[in-house]
Design a protein around this ligand. Structure first.
Ligand SMILES: *Cc1c(COP(=O)(O)O)cnc(C)c1O
Length: 459
């Protein structure tokens, strides 16, 4: 299986090259040339590691089965995730509403980024061995909070890699800032920037595609790479949990084989939800993928009108990991739907130069066949946290609450809905406490203790 760039389909690279490089030299993103079919029956009897091996081996054809096994085992075994269960499904169907939660935050940093960032270092170091002949990879990361810590944790002291994480000085939670600034590891460092996540992401992309910098790094036997979801090695592992969710629903008797399931995904950079689209392309019976946004609802507008406008007011919300106006991975979807590198390149040029673009009506129509959308105001997020706690006894974080709120609006009768839960409620304790009607202390750590005491849940 080879990969093309979304902005130059004539360019062909192997999986190892795509992962080592992170982004294509002209700024495009690497996408697989086709979607191999997966047979769910083959996956039912497997554990999470086995399912990861199954999905990854279909795309990483230049890796040996032993290599993939080693990567998956190191990432998802060894007690890295609570109960050795990386992606449990919790069902809230006591009122017959057929609603399920896929919890993706049982890893080391308590947010869903761990699902991919625990395995990426293994995939990347092996990819470098295959392609980069002894070069050190300098991994640049832009973060709205969660990626930074998860990436630092995943790459600390990994031989052959160095990492610089850029985060918006005033755009991450105190807990996230503290997590990043106390990171251990000789090869990693963090850097606060003036600006928001989009500024960090744009700056990092500029460095990646700067020929002079690239040449200078090559002289020192170094190359740039990425640990953001623009890297194929980040996206690929996320396909696995969609299959894992479906398999768990089957096993629990909540669905029968072949039933369509809708997924509602709290979205920022469009990586998590795009992995669901890939699972669907591989044959998983996915109904609609619902893109849930916070007040930075650029994707709701795009999916409704076909016009993407990043030139708009930027809101700092209680779900900071979704405070994003330029959703990078949408570019991949545009490529799959239009099938045209020239068209994607023109749209991205328009975005860079004018801050917006509009797709053709038939492109929008095709996208709308797979994707629904909605957004939640800050008030609705707080209301949802409280309602889920009081009515269902389920404590969720702010990002998950965005998705819960949208899921309720988009729920189709008779079609099960899975809400992707992307962070532990204890990662954003002040917002969660306030949503429950309590006065939150200034300090995140005290807030965490109060939340534990108030809810009887353990962090
Ligand atoms: C990163 C993140 C998201 C958004 O995921 P994307 O893949 O960027 O769409 C949602 N919730 C949390 C908690 C996150 O860390």
């Amino acid at each position: 299986m080879n990969y093309n760039s979304t902005r130059n389909a004539a360019l062909q690279v192997t999986a190892a090259q795509a992962i080592a490089q992170g982004i294509s030299e002209e700024g495009g993103l690497f996408v697989p040339q086709s979607f191999p079919k997966a047979d769910l029956n083959d996956m039912l009897g497997l554990d999470y590691i086995g399912r990861a091996e199954y999905v990854l081996s279909r795309f990483l054809t230049d890796f040996t089965p032993e290599e993939i096994k080693a990567c998956a085992g190191s990432a998802y075994g060894d007690g890295k995730f609570d109960d050795n269960t990386p992606a449990p499904v919790v069902s809230l169907d006591k009122h017959g509403e057929n609603k399920h939660i896929l919890e993706l935050w049982h890893g080391p940093t308590c947010a869903f980024k761990d699902m991919a960032l625990q395995i990426l270092p293994h995939l990347l170091t092996r990819s470098l061995k295959k392609t980069a002949d002894g070069k050190t990879a300098v991994i640049l990361v832009a973060t709205s909070g969660d990626t930074g810590k998860a990436a630092l944790e995943g790459f600390k002291d990994v031989a052959g890699t160095e990492m610089i994480v850029f985060y918006p000085e005033n755009g991450v939670s105190p807990m996230q800032k503290r997590q990043m600034n106390t990171q251990e590891g000789e090869n990693v460092c963090v850097c606060a920037i003036h600006g928001n996540f989009d500024d960090a992401q744009t700056g990092v992309k500029k460095i990646f595609t700067d020929p002079a910098l690239k040449a200078e790094f090559a002289q020192h036997n170094k190359m740039f790479s990425s640990a953001n979801s623009i890297n194929w090695g980040r996206l690929l592992p996320q396909i696995v949990y969609y299959f894992a969710a479906y398999a768990q629903l089957l096993k629990a008797g909540k669905i029968v084989y072949g039933d369509k399931v809708d997924f509602c995904v709290p979205t920022g950079n469009f990586g998590d939800i795009l992995a669901g689209y890939y699972a669907k392309q591989m044959g998983l019976p996915v109904g609609k993928l619902i893109c849930a946004s916070n007040e930075n609802n650029v994707l709701t507008d795009f999916l409704t009108t076909g016009t993407y406008t990043a030139k708009r007011e930027f809101f700092k919300t209680t779900s900071p990991s979704m405070d994003i106006l330029v959703s990078s991975n949408l570019e991949r979807l545009l490529y799959h739907v239009t099938g045209s590198d020239a068209e994607v390149a023109a749209l991205m040029k328009s975005l860079a130069e004018t801050g917006s673009y509009t797709v053709r009506p038939e492109t929008l129509k095709t996208i709308q066949e797979s994707f629904g959308c909605g957004w939640s105001s800050e008030e609705q997020v707080a209301g949802e946290i409280r309602a889920r706690y009081e009515k269902d006894g389920y404590l969720c974080d702010t990002h998950t609450a965005v998705a819960f709120h949208v899921a309720a609006q988009k729920k189709r009768s008779g079609v099960p809905m899975v809400v992707l839960s992307t962070a532990s409620p204890f990662k954003f304790p002040r917002s969660v406490l306030e949503a429950l009607g309590r006065t939150a202390p200034e300090n995140d750590f005290e807030a965490m203790q109060q939340l534990e005491a108030a809810t009887g849940h353990a962090a």
